[in-house]
Write a protein that binds this ligand. Structure first.
Ligand code: IPM
Ligand code: MG
Length: 361
């Protein structure tokens, strides 16, 4: 792969700039080691963009995101923007990027690194070897459905949203999930609330129909409340889970905590052509921003997902993941993943350790 690729880097707020800086060093390293020519272009997003341009997703940022081959995003948000108009809050940039670029397929792995088995609040035997992939629908459902409003006079106001899915929307996320299952253990659990919601009844029906095209995949169904319970009771029963935008928001937070180290989890949001936005699952952590304490591994692992899913470069993705594993095995720990008494490295030292370990195997 020697053709030129542009990666849009949107560092965002809080620890976003620190963690993306280390991920960019890894991109530069794989450029050299694998002979790639990925160019980096940077634009502000979220609160940082609001401060500069008065909007969390200004045209210059959206244009870059549209024209780039892939996007690497740090994190958005912070207490200073919590009271501004809803339309201008940093989170709106995320929702805008997702819908404008039609990034409907959100992949959120929950993978436990053996070196960090003690980091989970669950018993090691419950989580050791955990490897779940949550496929969350990201551009539809109650997040984007209408009508939606708060209306009426104070004292008798109503607030409402609409959870709506078309068959086409369910089919495309379904295909994503079945294909993911085909690359893994071939088990797919579709999560819904079909005992109460019509939209879920349709979801389930469409998933069952789709399943006929993927006879090798074992399809099961679970209600969202039970899925949450099973996730903390016996998480290793799951391989791939597919669900709606809001259920996926909730399930993926729960799943991330099973690993005990949200600072380790990457994610991808893909369109139908495989273009994607890659970002750590963790947020902007304003309390530790600018102190060199943040764990850059989730963002670095997001680069690995980018190499795999958008650039189709499995050797490069595997090399980055192997470098992260080696870094952990060699004992490098940021504060969030350090056990009592273990030495703590800075964000930059962690980045350097990974850069030093990236090699063609
Ligand atoms: C996530 C976040 C976002 C979401 C917020 C920040 C809008 O929680 O990516 O999971 O709800 O999708
Ligand atoms: Mg969330």
């Amino acid at each position: 792969m020697s053709d030129k690729k542009t990666i849009a880097v949107l560092p965002g707020d809080g620890i976003g700039p620190e963690v993306t800086a280390q991920a960019v060093r890894v991109i530069e390293q794989v450029n050299g080691v694998f002979g790639l020519s990925c160019t980096i272009e940077t634009q502000p997003v979220g609160g940082a963009a609001y401060e500069l341009h008065g909007h969390p997703l200004p045209p210059s940022t959206l244009d870059l995101a549209r024209s780039a081959d892939a996007i690497l995003l740090g994190a958005v948000g912070g207490p200073q923007w919590e009271s501004i108009d809803r339309q201008l809050r940093p989170e709106k940039a995320l929702l805008g990027l997702r819908s404008e670029l039609e990034l409907f397929s959100n992949l959120r792995p929950a993978l436990l690194f053996p070196e960090l088995a003690d980091a989970s609040t669950l018993k090691p035997e419950v989580v050791s070897g955990l490897d779940i992939m949550i496929v969350r629908e990201l551009t539809g459902g109650i997040y984007f459905g209408g009508p939606r409003a708060i209306e009426g006079e104070k004292g008798s106001r109503k607030g409402y949203n609409t959870m709506v899915y078309s068959e086409a929307e369910i089919q495309r996320i379904g295909h994503s999930a079945f294909q993911m299952a085909m690359q893994r253990d071939r088990r797919l659990c579709s999560v819904d609330k079909a005992n109460v919601l019509e939209v879920s009844e349709l979801w389930r029906e469409v998933m069952i129909d789709l399943g006929k095209s993927y006879p090798e995949v074992e399809l099961s169904h679970m209600y969202i409340d039970n899925a949450c319970m099973q996730l903390v009771r016996a998480p290793k029963q799951f391989d791939v889970m597919v669900t709606t935008n809001m259920f996926g928001d909730i399930l993926s937070d729960a799943a991330s905590m099973l690993t005990g180290s949200i600072g380790m989890l990457p994610s991808a949001s893909l369109d139908s052509r495989g273009k994607g936005m890659y970002e750590p699952v963790h947020g902007s952590a304003p309390d530790i921003a600018g102190q060199g304490k943040a764990n850059p591994l989730a963002t670095i692992l997001s680069v690995a997902m980018m190499m795999r899913s958008t650039f189709g470069n499995e050797p490069c993705a595997a090399a980055i993941e192997a470098a992260v594993k080696a870094t952990l095995a060699d004992g490098f720990r940021t504060g969030d993943i350090a056990a009592d008494g273990q030495a703590i490295v800075t964000t930059e030292e962690m980045g350097t350790a990974v850069v030093d370990r990236v090699s063609k195997s």
